[in-house]
Design a protein around this ligand. Structure first.
Ligand code: PHE
Length: 377
């Protein structure tokens, strides 16, 4: 009796025949070789190694075979799949290398090319600071008012109670655009000047608005000064006007204190010193507490303060109760209404707020000056 014939295996499955397996392998290798890029290779990979690829389907047939056939077919399919896997990895490597080389060429940046982008700008600190001051008042319900920079002499001076012989009306102080046209003292007969302050907007606001009036007016003003470290012929002011029933100097003082606290922090305050302006009565010069030393430098040589020159106070601008003559000139009944106004220079405030030593830095437009203030918008 002979021993069982272990190599005899009668079952044959078409898909597992050696030539079939070779054909599947070769087709896979051909497809990988033909893939021109990684995308095509990915498609070939799915077709020839995915779950429904011929080799995967063939592999599934193996389990049903008798032992010897199973071993043979398993070996054949295993070798074919290994060869396909190697070919795939090799082609993948080639195509990736090709892609990387192409990207290096196509996406190369020539850092020696001239720079052609316009650098992004920043708004000028004068503008942003002026808006910040105006915002303090807008938050209290004030409206922004504007007026022309080439202003009627009548608004700039006459309506504000400047007498005809006031020194500010002379050519050495004021830029005249046009002299008076004919006789008479009404607005049409008025000359035209570049406004020397934002106060003409007071008169414009009173004439153009319903009472009560609460307006803030930031704007550009002109005086015939030479440009130097502390003067500029063009600068900016911010003007405030409130006209209502029952307003007093206490309202003015409270408003000023609120403003400096909003801009410079808690604990700040202002003080008023007597002064004269034709359009306010009484008038005052307003100072604010030095926001750096808070007055601690006064009489204290151990703690000098550069910001206020150890004065303890910083001069801000002018203020006062609106002169009844101005109210009358603008058709407002001074028996019923009263008001307060103040105005100050933005450049000056910006200078001490940021330790800017030379006013020219603010007008020359050099971005190296503007940049440290940031991209505030
Ligand atoms: N217009 C004045 C100036 O330019 C400032 C000021 C405004 C004074 C309002 C009083 C009231 O100096």
């Amino acid at each position: 009796m002979s021993a069982p014939n272990k190599s005899y295996d009668p079952v044959e499955v078409e898909a597992l025949k050696p030539e079939e397996i070779e054909r599947m392998r070769d087709e896979a290798l051909a497809a990988f070789a033909a893939a021109a890029d990684l995308q095509q290779l990915q498609e070939a990979k799915t077709a020839h190694t995915g779950g429904s690829s011929p080799l995967a389907l063939a592999n599934r047939e193996i389990g049903a075979l008798p032992p010897q056939a199973k071993a043979d077919a398993g070996k054949r399919v295993g070798q074919a799949r290994a060869a396909v896997g190697r070919a795939l990895a090799a082609r993948q490597g080639e195509l990736e290398a090709e892609r990387d080389a192409r990207v290096l060429v196509e996406e190369a940046v020539d850092v020696t090319l001239p720079y052609d982008r316009t650098p992004s700008g920043a708004r000028h600190p004068l503008t942003t600071f002026m808006e910040r001051v105006a915002d303090v008042f807008v938050a209290m319900g004030y409206e922004i008012a504007e007026g022309p920079e080439a202003e009627a002499e009548w608004f700039n001076f006459d309506a504000l109670n400047f007498t005809p012989d006031h020194p500010a009306r002379q050519m050495q102080d004021t830029f005249f655009v046009r002299g008076p046209q004919g006789a008479g003292d009404d607005e049409s007969a008025s000359g035209v000047v570049l406004r020397t302050h934002t106060s003409p907007v007071q008169a414009r606001a009173l004439l153009g608005r319903e009472l009560p009036v609460y307006v803030v007016c930031p704007g550009r003003v002109y005086r015939t000064d030479e440009l130097d470290a502390t003067h500029t012929p063009v600068f900016h002011q911010i003007e405030l006007l409130a006209v209502d029933e029952g307003l007093t100097m206490a309202d003015l003082k409270g408003t000023l204190d609120h403003m400096v606290q909003s801009l410079f922090g808690a604990g700040m305050k202002t003080r008023l010193r007597p002064n004269y302006f034709p359009f306010t009565e009484p008038s005052a010069e307003m100072d604010m507490l030095c926001y750096v030393c808070k007055g601690a430098s006064v009489g204290n040589p151990d703690r000098p303060c550069r910001t206020c020159a150890s004065e303890g106070w910083i001069e801000l601008g002018g203020c006062g109760m609106v002169n009844p003559r101005v109210l009358v000139a603008c058709g407002v009944d001074p028996g019923r209404y009263s008001g307060f106004a103040f105005g100050f220079g933005i450049e000056r405030m910006l200078m001490f707020r940021h330790n800017i030593e030379d006013m020219r830095d603010m007008v020359e437009g050099d971005v190296r000056f503007t940049r440290p203030f940031g991209m505030e918008i």
